[in-house]
Design a protein around this ligand. Sequence first.
Ligand SMILES: Cc1cc2nc3c(=O)[nH]c(=O)nc-3n(C[C@H](O)[C@H](O)[C@H](O)COP(=O)(O)OP(=O)(O)OC[C@H]3O[C@@H](n4cnc5c(N)ncnc54)[C@H](O)[C@@H]3O)c2cc1C
Length: 145
Amino acid sequence: MDVIVLGGGLMGTASAYFLARRGLKVTLVERNRVGSGATVASFGNIRRSGRYLPQLPLAHRSLSLWREAEAMLGQDVEFRPTGHLRLVFGETGLAAMRAFIEAARPWGLALDELDMRDVRGRFPGVGPGAIAPPSRPTTAAATPG
Ligand SMILES: Cc1cc2nc3c(=O)[nH]c(=O)nc-3n(C[C@H](O)[C@H](O)[C@H](O)COP(=O)(O)OP(=O)(O)OC[C@H]3O[C@@H](n4cnc5c(N)ncnc54)[C@H](O)[C@@H]3O)c2cc1C
């Protein structure tokens, strides 16, 4: 045995998996059940918009790993790229979102501003309180869902 990983959440299981793929002998020790910690509570978002910008390279890498996960693991991991909407409810929020869109571009995140009529057509539950276009990654828009 080369490595002992403590904790069978997302971090521990991913570490164990990738270490094993590199040829190391790994033992995973979980005190409860695998996936029973914070991992089971996760909403499952793989969000890039609104992130602290220096985190984006890691977030891009994470997204590309999720895209490969089914082929890598040989089973459906329920990854469904649907895009991510951010709704704006005030002028201050709108300015902040537009500033984020500009700032994120050099970090490799291209976000679209959508027309509210289009959004309300696609998402009838969005009420009149939302005053401005949400944004979504163009990369996600190019994928199904
Ligand atoms: C409500 C909620 C929603 C979330 N939504 C999102 C989301 O949408 N997107 C996102 O990216 N993140 C989300 N997160 C965060 C994400 O779930 C966590 O960052 C992630 O699951 C942490 O994984 P982990 O492996 O570090 O911890 P855990 O999943 O908590 O795993 C730790 C494991 O270690 C075990 N353990 C602890 N001590 C020992 C020990 N001494 N010996 C053996 N085993 C031990 C525990 O039993 C547990 O199974 C959310 C979190 C919560 C709570």
